[in-house]
Design a protein around this ligand. Structure first.
Ligand code: PLP
Length: 356
């Protein structure tokens, strides 16, 4: 057997929770169960064989998206999902003796990409109520801190981080690449994109996997100051984003109504799910995303098992004791999930007395 680098030998394989054929309702990966814009689908159907025979032209897509976001084309890289943007930053800025700060509970891929560089991962916990604690992050910054990741709104909590707190972190660590992961921006509406070019150590990651319903297309963006992005650009593969994604980008961006409708559907379904959870006496966190983190306490395992048996996948979050993350599906899908939940609660009503 060949000997991989030590940091890779120490890693475990990250298994995506994609599930088996018994699952027909996926509420575990924060995908849109509504699908993508019909305009994007029509565009895909119109593509011809010749186009697919050619390597994709990323620059045309970068021009389109940078105009849309109000940044310069040189400040933006189209990436193979937001995942690739995170990986690029880790590879560009982390050496084995460096430190990366993440705020836990966190999106799993930060650790995977950081571990592969051999850097030391510094896990800063949230406050007891799972909110972002700027003081804890500031305390964790050392001369070795080369990267800090802030997810806003956060996954898995759904909670937002104050702009003033993000600015404090950016100022406190001028030698660190601060990645603001705005994967759920469209559901939240607040961004730091206006600071790109003004704050040299700020990077922002975006994705088309959530509000645009294009997780299968693998399209995202990494945005940052020109001086930094010109360095990151050195390590990206020239054809990292596929031709479907680049050809469909304009339709995806132009169909504003589609995204607005989906975001509104998520907001109202999330609200009504929240009311039903309230009625069942279950605690959840106020979310600015397309998911809710719910505390089922001692019922956690039986909720997961029963849902799986009924064909519904939810996301276990062992990093938040007792909690499960539930993606906001369509109203009928959430109704189906809630009806199973009600059965469980009738069978085991004990949680109604202890939760909340
Ligand atoms: C916070 C966060 N960042 C990044 C991603 C990855 O997005 P993409 O599908 O664009 O790689 C996800 C996906 O769930 C996410 O939750």
């Amino acid at each position: 057997m060949l000997k991989a680098r030590q940091c890779v030998r120490e890693m475990r394989v990250y298994h995506s929770p994609l599930c088996g054929p018994e699952i027909d309702l996926r509420l575990d990966l924060n995908e849109s169960t509504t699908g993508c814009s019909p305009r994007v689908l029509a565009k895909i159907r119109s593509l011809d064989a010749k186009l697919l025979a050619l390597y994709p032209d990323r620059e045309s897509g970068e021009k389109l998206l940078s105009d849309f976001l109000g940044v310069k084309a040189e400040e933006l890289l189209l990436t193979n999902g937001a995942d690739e943007g995170i990986d690029l930053l880790c590879r560009a800025y982390l050496d084995s003796e460096d430190e990366l700060i993440i705020i836990v509970p966190a999106f799993a891929m930060y650790e995977v990409f950081a571990q592969s560089t051999g850097a030391r991962i510094v896990r800063v916990s949230t406050a007891a109520d799972l909110s972002f604690s700027v003081e804890k992050v500031l305390q964790a910054i050392t001369p070795r801190t080369r990267m800090i990741v802030i997810t806003n709104p956060n996954n898995p909590t759904g909670l937002a981080v104050d702009r003033a707190d993000i600015l404090r972190v950016l100022q406190a660590a001028p030698s660190a690449a601060v990645l603001l992961d705005e994967a759920y921006f469209d559901f939240y509406g607040q961004t730091m994109m206006d600071q790109i070019g003004k704050i040299p150590n700020l990077f922002i990651a975006r994705t088309f996997s959530k509000a645009y319903g294009l997780a299968g297309m693998r399209l995202g963006a990494l945005v940052g100051a020109v001086e930094q992005m010109s360095v990151v650009r050195r390590i990206i593969a020239p054809f990292n984003v596929n031709a479907f994604a680049i050809e469909c980008l304009k339709e995806a961006l132009d169909d504003r109504q589609f995204v607005a409708n989906y975001v509104e559907q998520v907001r109202s379904t999330r609200e009504s799910l929240g009311q039903q959870l309230d009625a069942m006496g279950l605690k959840y966190w106020p979310s600015f995303t397309n998911f809710l983190l719910v505390n089922f306490r001692e019922l956690r395992q039986s909720v997961l098992d029963t849902m799986t048996a009924r064909g519904i996948a939810l996301r276990d979050r062992p990093d938040c004791p007792g909690c499960i993350r539930i993606s906001i599906g369509t109203p009928p899908e959430i109704e189906r999930m809630v009806s199973v939940l009600k059965e469980i609660m009738v069978e085991k009503p004990v949680v109604q007395q202890v939760a909340k």
